[in-house]
Design a protein around this ligand. Structure first.
Ligand code: AMP
Ligand code: MG
Length: 519
C-alpha cells in the first residue's frame, strides 16, 4: 500500500467548497466538498480484482492486508489521500433536476500510475453534502451487481469504470426494495470504483445552470489538459479546442453505445448525471442484459411506464444527452452550428459503426441490411436469447444447415409456429448464401463471431444467485463466476451454468429479470 502515490490534480487545481463535512447544502463556484468516509463496524473483504489492483501497482499481498480492507471500507485513509465529493446536476428521465452530486460516492484521491493517473472512489461510504434526503449507503445486492458488472464489462472490451474491491460493512441498511411500503434491513457494502476521472455530463450542466461561466471554462480546460492530452496539444485556439473535445466525447459515446448494443447491455438509468465524459459505462444500477431479444425491454421497473431507457432507445437517448452537454458548453462557443454538426456526426458515425458491428456479429465481411432486419424481427418474434443465439449460429455449417443447433436459444421452443420455423430456415439459407457470396468460409466466420459475441455475460438471475449466497456468507459462487467472466468469449469446461439462459423460475422474480432503483 506504500506504493500508492497521490497526485490529486482535481482537488489541487479546482476550487473547493469552503465548508467541509456532510451537512446538506447547495454550493457555488466550487467543484467539490471535502468530506471523509464514515467508518463502519465490522468490514470484511468479499472480493478484490487482481486486474484493477495491477493497474494501481498493488500486489495480492497488498490486497489481502488489513490496511487494504480498512482503507476500502472507509475506515482508514492513506497519506496523500484527499477525500471529497463532487458537485453535479443532471436531467433525470428527461427533466432538469438541479443539484445532485456525489450523494454516496467519495473520491479518496488520484493515484499516479505507470501510464497516467487513476481516481479511487468509494461508493456507499456514508453521507456527503449531496446526499439530499438519503443515507449515503449502499446494500450488498446492488454493490455486488456493480462490482461484478464493472469487471465483466472490462473483460468484454466495453469501456467502463473498474472496480477494485467489494467490502461488506457488517452494518445493516434499511431499504424498500420494491418501493411498495415494505422497508427491511439488508447488509451494507462499499465498492471501490476506479477510473481516471468520474466527471459526468452533469458536472458541466450544473455550472452552466448556475451561470458560472468562468469556472465552466476552467473546468473544461482542466478536463481537456488532463484527460484528452492529444486534443490539448493539437488545438491552441480555445474555441476550436472545445469543439474538438465535444466531437471526441460524441464519438466516444457512439463507440460506447455500439458496444452496449453488441453485448445486449441495457444501462437502465441513462440520466445525464450517469454519462461519463470519458465515454465509459458508469453507475451500474438497475441495469440488465437482454435475454429474449426485445428492443423495447428495460430492466428498470422505475422506468416501466415510459421505458425511456429501453435497449433500442439507448443510441437516441445518448444523443439527447449529448445535446444537453452541447447546451452546457454553448456559453464557451456562442454559436450553435458547429455543435449541431458534431451531434449530426453522432448519427452518421453511429450508423456506420453499428452496421460494422452487426456484420461482425454475423461473421460477415459486409453488412447486409435485408438479412439483418429479417433476423432481428425473427429473434423478437420467437423470444430468442440473444447471447446464445449468436454463439449457436457460429456453429451452423454451410454443408449442412441444421436449425436444431439454434433450439437451445429459444425460451419456449414448443410454441414456435410452423411459419416461423420455415422463415428461420429460409433466413439461415440466405445467411449462408451471403457468407458464400462474400467469400467467408465456416471457420473464419465462426472465429469472427466468437470474438464479437460473448458467451458469458453477467445475467441478472446469475447475479441474484451470487447475491443470495453472499448474503449467507458463501462466496464460492461469486469467486467462480468472477473467474469465468474474465474470459467471456472462451468456452470454459464445466461452466455451462454461467452461460445458461434464464430459467423459468427467474422470469418474474424480483432482481432476476427486472429491478427497481432501490440500492
Ligand atoms: P443514480 O441515478 O442512482 O445514479 O443517483 C441519482 C442521485 O441520487 C445521485 O446524486 C446519487 O448520488 C444520489 N443517491 C442515490 N442513492 C443514494 C443514497 N443511498 N444516498 C445518498 N445519495 C444517493
Ligand atoms: Mg448516478
Amino acid at each position: 500500500m506504500h506504493s500508492l502515490i497521490f497526485e490529486n490534480a482535481f482537488t489541487s487545481q479546482l476550487p473547493a467548497d469552503p465548508q467541509t463535512g456532510s451537512a446538506r447544502r447547495q454550493i457555488r463556484n466550487a467543484m467539490y466538498s471535502r468530506v471523509a468516509p464514515t467508518p463502519v463496524a465490522a468490514p470484511s473483504l468479499l472480493h478484490y480484482s487482481n486486474g484493477a489492483a495491477k493497474l494501481l501497482g498493488l500486489s495480492s499481498e497488498d490486497c489481502q492486508s488489513d490496511t487494504f480492507l480498512q482503507v476500502f471500507a472507509g475506515n482508514h485513509q492513506l497519506e496523500g489521500m484527499d477525500p471529497h465529493a463532487t458537485c453535479y446536476g443532471g436531467h433525470q428521465f428527461g427533466n432538469w433536476a438541479g443539484q445532485l452530486g456525489d450523494g454516496r460516492a467519495i473520491n479518496l484521491g488520484e493515484v499516479k500510475t505507470a501510464d497516467g493517473h487513476l481516481m479511487l472512489q468509494l461508493k456507499g461510504a456514508g453521507e456527503t453534502p449531496y446526499s439530499r434526503t438519503a443515507d449515503g449507503l449502499a446494500v450488498l445486492r446492488s454493490s455486488l451487481r456493480e462490482y461484478v458488472c464493472s469487471e465483466a464489462m472490462f473483460h468484454l472490451s466495453v469501456p467502463t469504470t473498474r472496480a477494485l474491491s467489494l467490502v461488506s460493512t457488517g452494518e445493516q441498511v434499511m431499504r424498500d426494495m420494491l418501493y411498495d411500503g415494505h422497508p427491511a434491513l439488508e447488509p451494507g457494502a462499499v465498492v471501490c470504483r476506479v477510473s481516471s476521472c468520474f466527471v459526468r455530463f452533469g458536472h458541466l450542466q450544473m455550472l452552466t445552470a448556475r451561470q458560472e461561466t468562468d469556472l465552466l471554462a476552467n473546468f473544461v480546460d482542466f478536463i481537456i489538459e488532463r484527460e484528452f492530452p492529444a486534443i490539448a496539444q493539437s488545438y491552441s485556439d480555445p474555441r476550436e479546442r472545445y469543439l474538438a473535445w465535444f466531437d471526441e466525447v460524441c464519438q466516444r459515446t457512439v463507440a460506447l453505445v455500439v458496444h452496449w448494443m453488441r453485448v445486449g447491455f441495457v444501462h437502465g438509468v441513462m440520466n445525464t448525471d450517469n454519462l461519463s465524459i470519458l465515454g465509459e459505462t458508469i453507475d451500474y444500477g438497475p441495469y440488465g442484459w437482454l435475454e429474449g431479444f426485445d428492443p423495447d425491454w428495460t430492466p428498470n421497473t422505475t422506468d416501466a411506464g415510459q421505458r425511456r431507457y429501453r435497449y433500442g432507445q439507448q443510441p437516441g437517448v445518448a444523443q439527447w444527452n449529448l445535446l444537453q452537454l452541447a447546451n452546457s458548453i454553448y456559453p464557451l462557443i456562442e454559436e450553435a452550428k458547429p455543435l449541431e454538426e458534431a451531434l449530426g456526426r453522432f448519427s452518421t458515425s453511429y450508423e456506420a459503426r453499428w452496421q460494422r458491428m452487426m456484420a461482425n456479429k454475423l461473421g460477415l465481411p459486409e453488412f447486409d441490411n435485408g438479412l439483418n432486419e429479417r433476423l432481428l424481427s425473427l429473434l423478437q418474434e420467437t423470444e430468442t436469447d440473444m447471447t446464445l443465439f449468436y454463439r449457436h449460429l457460429a456453429n451452423v455449417k454451410n454443408a449442412e444447415i441444421d436449425a436444431e443447433l439454434l433450439r437451445d436459444a429459444y425460451y419456449t421452443p414448443q410454441s414456435i409456429s410452423r411459419d416461423l420455423q420455415t422463415q428461420t430456415k429460409r433466413w439461415l439459407q440466405d445467411y449462408l448464401a451471403a457468407a458464400r457470396l462474400q467469400g467467408q468460409g465456416d471457420e473464419p466466420r465462426a472465429t469472427l463471431m466468437n470474438r464479437t459475441n460473448p458467451l458469458y455475460v453477467p445475467r441478472n438471475y446469475l447475479a441474484q444467485l451470487a447475491i443470495d449466497d453472499a448474503e449467507q456468507g458463501n462466496l464460492a459462487r461469486l469467486n467462480q463466476w468472477m473467474r469465468v467472466l474474465e474470459q467471456p468469449y472462451t468456452l470454459q469446461d464445466g461452466m455451462d451454468e454461467y452461460a445458461a439462459k434464464r430459467p423459468e423460475w427467474a422470469r418474474n422474480r424480483s432482481g432476476c429479470s427486472t429491478l427497481s432503483c432501490s440500492s
